[in-house]
Design a protein. Structure first.
Length: 76
């Protein structure tokens, strides 16, 4: 068994197709996120890979919490 170098990430790197499946979107959407630099990605030669943590962060940043009736009354 070969030893893994310490400087390599311990997380899984996803292809664009796998990232699209993770986000339940078309492949065009993660490609656009990469082109607009809205998500972290890694270049491996000519290939592009997206760390799973980058997808989790992207989803978390877009999470909208539901409001309760008391929140509506406080805003008025």
């Amino acid at each position: 068994m070969t030893k893994r170098p310490d400087n390599l990430p311990a997380e899984r790197l996803l292809t664009v197709a796998e990232a699209a499946e993770y986000l339940n979107t078309s492949q065009r959407f993660p490609r656009r996120l990469i082109a607009e630099r809205r998500i972290r990605f890694v270049r491996v030669g000519r290939f592009v890979r997206i760390p799973e943590s980058a997808l989790r962060e992207f989803v978390s940043a877009g999470l909208v919490e539901p409001i309760t009736a008391s929140d509506v009354w406080r805003a008025a």
